[in-house]
Ligand binder design. Structure first.
Ligand SMILES: [Zn+2]
Length: 290
């Protein structure tokens, strides 16, 4: 475990997750993907106080697999994350199968494993007060459409989830491509000392230009292919040209390629729309003059 401030702790074992200690208990932000890490993290949390809240910043497997191990009193996510909750891990059997792939010795820890969805959801923003501390949970669409960022006001720390990923390339398969840039602007303007990202070590405000550059690089490559007249699937077939580098990618192999293909397709779709937002889904019919 690493300590960031008096009461903020974090670990980077894929994903990066953290916790804030208050006099009335602990708030955890995500948790480790590996069962063996999750058990150790839970023990550490318990040494600091009861786990009152766990916040799922998104619905992807790496952020929600630990829900069952950490045994929080209450899990919170955005409404969108809740709606997508079973899209990454469809059921407990599949979750266990995947956990065995990346944590081969975890069999004894799988008994009774269940997926645990959020207990409370919010739509745009919610404020949580615990032990005299204030936490703003803000739905900040980006890496996923329901991304939650957690601003721990008194600690001057914000947990950005995968909207900021210094140690990793940018994953677009569930992304709200254009709103992601708006969310980065909001995060960048917060009065904080530290940004705890979704993958990578805590960083400072100077990480934001790099993040934007990584995003614009991938989007630009997809745009070039589209401008050349390639179709959606043809662009997806060029995924290895688009993602030339692997910044510390874990060994996800074929799955990583599949997700990246999904990301290219998603960007392709967003390029149909103006970054300021498309029309809403309804337009008026023609009302004939009769
Ligand atoms: Zn994710």
């Amino acid at each position: 475990m690493e300590q960031l401030t008096d009461s903020v702790f974090w670990m980077n074992t894929y994903p990066t997750f953290g916790m804030v200690v208050t006099s009335e208990g602990v708030i955890a932000i995500d948790g480790p993907m590996k069962p063996s890490d999750a058990v150790r993290w839970r023990e550490f949390i318990e040494s600091k106080g009861p786990l009152r809240y766990q916040i799922n910043t998104e619905h992807h497997q790496d952020h929600i697999a630990s829900n069952w191990y950490l045994k929080p009193e209450t899990i919170i996510s955005s409404e969108v994350t809740d709606a997508d909750f079973y899209k990454s891990l469809v059921n407990a059997a599949e979750a266990k199968e995947r956990m065995l792939q990346y944590d081969p010795d975890c069999t004894p820890l799988l008994e009774g494993y269940a997926l645990r969805p959020p207990d409370i959801t919010y739509r745009e923003r919610m404020t949580l007060r615990l032990g005299g501390k204030t936490f703003h949970l803000i739905c900040a669409p980006g890496h996923t459409r329901g991304q939650t960022v957690v601003h721990a006001v008194e600690d001057r720390v914000v947990f950005t989830a995968d909207n900021l990923t210094p140690a990793y390339n940018v994953a677009f398969h569930s992304a709200d491509v254009w709103k992601w840039f708006q969310s980065l602007g909001m995060l960048e303007s917060l009065d904080v000392d530290w940004y705890v990202p979704g993958h990578g070590d805590p960083c400072r405000r100077d990480e934001f230009p790099r993040q934007r550059e990584k995003m614009l690089d991938i989007i630009g490559k997809v745009r070039d292919l589209k401008d050349k007249g390639l179709g959606r699937e043809e662009a997806q077939d060029r995924v290895h040209e688009i993602y030339e580098t692997d910044l510390n990618s874990p060994k996800l192999g074929e799955r990583l390629t599949m997700l990246r293909r999904g990301g290219v397709g998603n960007i392709f779709d967003y390029l149909e729309e103006h970054p300021s937002g498309g029309l809403t889904d309804r337009t008026d019919p023609v009302w004939p003059n009769i």
